[in-house]
Design a protein around this ligand. Sequence first.
Ligand code: F6P
Length: 341
Amino acid sequence: MRVGVLTGGGDCPGLNAVIRAVVRKGIKDHGYEFVGFRDGWRGPLEGDTMTLDVEAVRGILPRGGTILGSSRTNLMKIEGGVERVKDNMAGLGVDALVAIGGEDTLGVARQLHDRGVNVVGVPKTIDNDLNATDYTFGFDTAVNIAMEAIDRLHTTAESHHRALVVEVMGRHAGWIALHSGMAAGANVILVPERPFDMDEVVKHVESRFRTQYAPIIVVAEGAHPKEGQMELATGEKDAFGHVRLGGIGQRLADEIEHRTGKEARSVVLGHVQRGGTPTAFDRVLATRLGLHAIDAVADGAFGKMVGLRGTDIVRVDLAEATDTLKTVPAGRYQEAETFFG
Ligand code: F6P
């Protein structure tokens, strides 16, 4: 059997660990051959491939990014895209695909499976917002990077008696903000799931200043104020219709400075959260997902995604994984609120 492998969407630490596990186990236990498709769905669409053998995956376990490259190509928006993928797969003798990606990439995988393509999905995103898996790899790395940054920002904020607003990634879900803010003792955490009240934010900031500590506000890029409280800029959209975010941190810092009369600065962590070497947790999770994904291919379990449930790797329907996003539940946010102010 020949198996194609691709990585789609925003990259994430641990992708290479999955690729390595799929290839190593696929060759050793199942006698498969592999074809690497470049840049997400663009690879099978254009028949753009690279060699993927044991040699190609040597030394990549600790490396961030993806040796296959990635893109946000939306196959479903390209006329005749599905047929082109099928033709290219047939021409290359590829019988099945392992698609490693988030909601968008796996959403396409699900539709391809519905149209007769053999595909198994592996969940990836630093945002941790994919349903049907307890955690996605990349998230732990992103949280640790953000936590270290916030630890550092505490000391400089205190020296200058300033408020520091830290903007982290998280378009629709505030998992990175919640976990990094909790781990690093943020003064306030703002998430997309819960529109914030600017008066309350200012109250927390002022109370922290009174205790001689400098306030640190952790805000997810997709967080927004209650209606009518602040104007926000809107950006351009990608092929999956997602608006490019960024800017809430600076808006908050301006508003805090204006309302409290104290200095405020904003820091956008941005793609630093997605780059570099994965944590041990992410390396192990990514490796296990890769091992189980190639076993799913061997069992003919197409249309499935491998996911983490407790400490077990399980198979779930791609439909279940892509129907809804896993957002921060109210109870988890309430836990963090104990430490606000
Ligand atoms: O989906 C992962 C993610 O990192 C989001 O948190 C973020 O909004 C987005 O990707 C940014 O994507 P890019 O800058 O690569 O288009």
